[in-house]
Design a protein around this ligand. Structure first.
Ligand code: LHQ
Length: 256
């Protein structure tokens, strides 16, 4: 697939997917949703972590409000275009970082929050902008946000549709960290490298365990942990991790 609305580059095991419609703050049209889905589903060989970021001054302004085709039947658009895109993020074969370089609004905010790790530059904001245009939050927002920040803050964010600063988002536990603008690129690169050099299958099992935890009681979750840890215990990465510890050297994880 030739990409028109995103850029995809790979360096040192890290794929960087850049939303690339800066003139519209990287608003999501149908083409961009399809390209994000395709790029994350068919990652190039050797990729061990993904960074999603935005070109220009914004991360993503959500649904492209000039895209009339997407507005004919919102349920269809969500089911057939947004859901596969979100599944491509939450089911990606390697860990995903959202590097929020500027405003993230509407479905653009919730696309970011679907990533495994969200790092924002301090000047970025998160806006549940939906009620400004008479809609409810979608793209997973009503599931992810209350679990991260609790019902009161989720409700306030969604009813008032005000910008939440990156610092506030980090303080609330909505995102992993807010970095000073000058440190943002280096900080993201450091985290992306850490994930690229880490034990991929263990990372994916952590994603699976945390997702399962919200629907489980303690006993059920212990069973999830036992199953996933049983699998990890047979992995080459576990053998390498223990071997490296005993030999007092840095582990070299290769599994994917
Ligand atoms: C845009 C957009 C945009 C097009 C800025 N579209 N051009 C799912 C299913 C199907 C349909 C419905 O929706 C959904 C889910 C959703 O995501 S609904 C929520 C959609 N998003 C929004 O309502 C946010 C709309 N944008 C804004 O409120 C502002 O642009 C924010 C707060 C993001 C940024 O404000 P500013 O920094 O002041 O920038 P700006 O407003 O001047 O925007 C810059 C340009 O980008 C401007 O174009 P222009 O030609 O005038 O320079 C905007 O028109 C364009 N743009 N968002 N979503």
């Amino acid at each position: 697939m030739t990409y028109e609305t995103i850029l995809l580059s790979v360096a040192e095991g890290v794929a960087t997917l850049t939303l690339n419609r800066p003139e519209a703050l990287n608003a999501l049209n149908g083409r961009m949703r399809a390209e994000i889905t395709a790029a994350l589903t068919h990652l190039p060989e050797g990729v061990r972590s993904v960074v999603i970021t935005g070109a220009g001054r914004g991360f993503c302004s959500g649904q492209d409000l000039t895209d009339a085709a997407s507005a004919i039947d919102l349920e269809r658009t969500l089911r057939e275009e947004y859901e596969p895109m979100l599944a491509a993020i939450t089911g990606c074969a390697v860990p995903v970082i959202a590097a929020v370089n500027g405003v993230a609004a509407g479905a653009g905010a919730n696309l970011a929050l679907a990533a495994d790790v969200v790092i924002a530059t301090e000047s970025a904001t998160f806006i549940q902008a939906f009620t400004r245009i008479g809609l409810i939050p979608d793209a997973g927002g009503t599931w992810i946000i209350p679990r991260a920040v609790g019902a009161a803050r989720a409700m306030g964010m969604m009813l008032f549709a005000e910008p939440v600063t990156a610092r506030q988002a980090a303080d609330w536990g909505l995102i992993w960290e807010a970095l000073p603008d000058d440190d943002f690129h280096a900080g993201v690169a450091r985290r992306a490298q850490a994930l690229a050099q880490g034990p991929t299958q263990a990372f994916l099992s952590i994603r699976e365990a945390l997702a399962a935890s919200f629907g489980n009681d303690m006993g059920e979750q212990l069973a999830v942990e036992a199953r996933l840890q049983g699998r990890a215990g047979h992995s080459a990465d576990f053998a390498e991790g223990v071997g490296a510890f005993l030999q007092k050297r840095k582990p070299v994880f290769r599994g994917r």
